[in-house]
Ligand binder design. Structure first.
Ligand SMILES: [Zn+2]
Ligand SMILES: [Zn+2]
Ligand SMILES: [Zn+2]
Length: 139
């Protein structure tokens, strides 16, 4: 497991320090996007500043993408296509009003070949509703 993470980080031009491996493995195990505070709560043996710096590096290197949710920023691992030049996370982010989790819906995407005399650098798609788990429970 650790070996894989080292390879993944190196492929994204990021030196695999033990802190980075720790944060990466933690994020890789999450289904929902997490905020800095939520990550800090679970990785209690690492301090907030170090986690924050690690997240910033990961975002710059195309390892994670951030999701802006009102005043909170949440983070989720990127697909392999992202790199230090561009993020390709042009998919829907879905917030569940019941469990309050934000997940990536990679199957709902903005076409990349939109034609026009403009340039798109970033796309934000955000939806609110009830996720599949919570819908099941209400039945
Ligand atoms: Zn990305
Ligand atoms: Zn839910
Ligand atoms: Zn996403």
């Amino acid at each position: 497991m650790q070996k894989d993470t080292e390879v993944k980080l190196t492929e994204k031009n990021t030196r695999p320090t033990s802190m980075r491996i720790l944060v990466y493995d933690f994020l890789a195990a999450q289904r929902a996007a997490l905020s800095l505070s939520e990550i800090e709560e679970q990785l209690h043996y690492a301090d907030r500043i170090t986690i924050y710096r690690t997240l910033k590096t990961f975002e710059e290197k195309g390892i994670i993408h951030s999701i802006q949710e009102n005043a909170t920023t949440k983070y989720k691992l990127c697909s392999d296509e992202c790199d230090e030049h561009t993020h390709k996370d042009w998919h829907l982010h879905f917030y569940c009003k019941i469990c309050k989790k934000t997940t990536c819906k990679e199957n709902i995407v903005v076409q990349e070949n939109i034609k026009g005399d403009f340039r798109i650098d970033e796309v934000r798609l955000f939806a609110k509703g009830i996720c599949e788990d919570c819908l099941d429970e209400t039945l």
